[in-house]
Each structure stands twice: as C-alpha cells, then as structure tokens.
Design a protein around this ligand. Structure first.
Ligand SMILES: [Zn+2]
Length: 268
C-alpha cells in the first residue's frame, strides 16, 4: 500500500449540494396591522347584517301572503304562504275571526254548541255566512271559522277564474248538500267522526252560472268544458283545504266535492 491513508471523518456527513432550508415565514395579517384586520372583518360582518336587515325590510313590505310570518289576509290574491296562513286558522279561532273581520265577507258568529251536545259534534268557533264572494243556493247553517275563511278565498281565487276560463261565464251560486252533520265517516256506527260533525266540511254539489247554466259535479265525466271546469276546481281546492274528495275518490262522491279543514291531507 502506498500514500497516506484517509483521515477518519467524525460528525454528520457533509451535504454540500443540499440547499439550506429557510425557516418558515412568520404569519402576517395580510400586510395589515391587527387592528386594521379586525376592522376589515367587522366591516364585512356589518355589511352582512345590513344585507339581512334589507332583505327582512323588503319582505315586510310584500303582501301578507308572501311573508312567512304574515297573517291570513283573505282579500289578497294567493301568495307563497297564503295556504299555510289559512291552514293555521284552524287552530287559532282568534286569528280566524280577525281574518274574517278584515275581509268583505258578511257573516254572523254562531252561538257555541250547547253543553249537552256530544264533544265530537260541538262547534265552538262557527259562523253563518250571510254573503260571500259567490252566493249559496241555501245558506249553510253553520261552518267552522276556518272552513268559511277557506271558502271565501276558494270562491274568488278558484271557482270564479275556472268558470270564466272554461265556461265563459261568472259563477254566481254554489249548490251544496250542507256543512254540519253530527255523524261518523260514511255514516258508520263506529270509527272516526266526520269533519261534518264539527261543521268543518262542506259538500259541494255544483255551480250555477250567470248565463243560467248549472254545472253539477255529476258532469265530471262529460269530457267537455264542464268537466275541464270541475277538474280545475278540484285541483285548485287541494292547496286550500286539507281534505278534498270528489268523483275520482269513490262512488259515494260521484255527485259532490267534499271539502274540509280537518287534519288528514287528501286530494282525490
Ligand atoms: Zn262531506
């Protein structure tokens, strides 16, 4: 062996080619002092709050039916929340009578049922409809306040436009089989009580027009303008009432629309 042996190396190997790592940069607040940053964030938050207030103020100027927190205004057109407002009247007699008072309906509050009437057949928030948007061939003896409110809107917003569109004449009279009837569903001896037992339903038999024509619900399958009219009335009834049963439901309803403000939602 010739030459000098290499000197032993101590310590970590030297890596001349590896670049030196820079220490991580300190976080900076977007180049702004902390106080300015807080002010910027506060401004954004304030703009958001002002935006929400502006939206609330805008909605508050809309018709009641377009406000989620609005009241039932029966003389207004149908708004986004009209159906919900009317449905809520069923459980709020005070609001219901206020809504009827605010409308053009001529009605008389009915005397509450006598204490001797069985609970299922009591009507404590009923009205007698004296004059509404459309006349009634026979004055309904009593209707729950919520039913009267829904009928008032239904006459104007559903029946009238459908009659004009399909039959070219005003609907001037509603023919019906009555509202109040202290009985169970289908006149059964047992089972659920009918909404008629609380005057919370009406059976509509047909309509009389200004030109003298009558359109009974039995014209349902006439396959002409009369059936188109009746079908539109049925379809338009469903968002306003909770229970809507007609000829499509069963044979027992071949000659009338049952409209109620009960708790069961059905449209047939
Ligand atoms: Zn009925």
């Amino acid at each position: 062996m010739t030459g000098t042996p290499p000197k032993p190396v101590f310590g970590p190997p030297h890596r001349a080619s590896e670049p030196r790592r820079k220490p991580p940069a300190k976080k900076r607040w977007s180049g702004l002092p902390l106080a300015a940053h807080i002010a910027a964030r506060g401004s954004i938050l304030m703009l958001g709050i002002l935006g929400v207030i502006a939206v609330i103020l805008h909605i508050d100027r809309l018709p009641e039916g377009d406000k989620p927190w609005g009241e039932a205004r029966l003389d207004e057109g149908i708004g986004t929340f009209t159906y919900a407002h009317i449905a809520a009247l069923r459980d709020d007699p005070t609001a219901c009578f206020a809504a009827l008072d605010g409308s053009e309906m001529d009605f008389t509050p009915a005397e509450p049922s006598a204490q001797t009437v069985r609970a299922e057949c009591r009507v404590d928030s009923g009205v007698r409809i004296n004059r509404s948007n459309i006349g009634y061939a026979v004055q309904p003896e009593v209707a729950s306040c919520a039913l009267a409110a829904a009928l008032y809107v239904w006459e104007r917003e559903v029946v009238r436009p459908a009659a004009l569109e399909h039959l070219g004449s005003e609907a001037v009279e509603i023919i019906h089989y009555g509202t109040y009837n202290c009985r169970r569903v289908n006149n059964s001896a047992r089972g659920r009580w009918s909404e008629h037992a609380g005057a919370n339903a009406i059976d509509i038999a047909g309509f009389r027009l200004a030109d003298g024509r009558q359109v009974p619900v039995t014209d349902w399958d006439s396959d002409d303008a009369r059936s188109a009219f009746l079908e539109e009335v049925r379809d338009g009834s469903c968002p306003l009432f909770r229970g809507v049963l007609g000829p499509d439901y069963n044979a027992a309803h071949h000659d009338h629309f049952h409209l109620d403000m009960g708790r069961w939602t059905i449209c047939s």
